[in-house]
Design a protein around this ligand. Structure first.
Ligand code: MG
Length: 181
């Protein structure tokens, strides 16, 4: 079970994803969580940096797709702004929506990465499907009240994985450094 909760990589934000490494691994598609990965959960405006990163990744030859548990009405705007497709109501860690995204991109699971800020949804779902999983530090650390329980559970997982000799960090510990597991 715990190996499914362990991300393949951890980075401070999407801006720090090593696209060259992904290409070398044969990855051609990137599935992106939205809330707290691309923008703060209570925000509707994507930062210029994130928008530029998406354009850069597309220019580098990657296909991108937003895969989010959010309702399509929240995703539609961001999809138009970024010029990339989305799969809404994903119900991660269910792999159904991730498989749909792979179908949209015409890629198999070993050709794609899943990027997100939550271990129990993004990382678990991605690992279950055999995607290359990348955990980012949540953009907005002051979250909905119910997320406190989720983050507490994530901390327990991180401690357990560390106890087993794995290199893994909690969000605040990462700061802006890129770490490789
Ligand atoms: Mg998220």
């Amino acid at each position: 079970m715990f190996h499914l909760l362990r991300p393949c990589r951890q980075v401070g934000s999407v801006l720090e994803i090593d696209l060259d490494e992904l290409r070398e691994l044969g990855i051609r598609g990137i599935l992106l969580d939205l809330d707290n990965t691309l923008l703060a959960w209570d925000n509707l405006v994507l930062s210029d940096e994130v928008q530029n990163w998406v354009r850069h990744a597309i220019a580098e030859g990657f296909q991108l797709c937003i895969v989010s548990n959010a309702h399509w009405m929240r995703l539609e705007t961001q999809s138009v702004v970024l010029g990339i497709p989305y799969v809404a109501d994903a119900m991660k860690p269910s792999t159904r929506a991730m498989r749909k995204a792979l179908d949209l991109m015409g890629l198999s699971s070993h050709q794609a990465a899943m990027v997100g800020d939550q271990i129990f949804t993004d990382i678990l779902g991605g690992n279950r499907l055999g995607l290359f999983t990348i955990l980012v530090v949540p953009i907005f650390l002051k979250e909905q009240w119910w997320m406190k329980g989720v983050r507490w559970m994530e901390t327990r997982v991180v401690r357990t994985l560390r106890g087993r000799g794995r290199r893994i960090w909690r969000g605040r510990e990462l700061k802006s450094k890129v770490h490789k597991n």
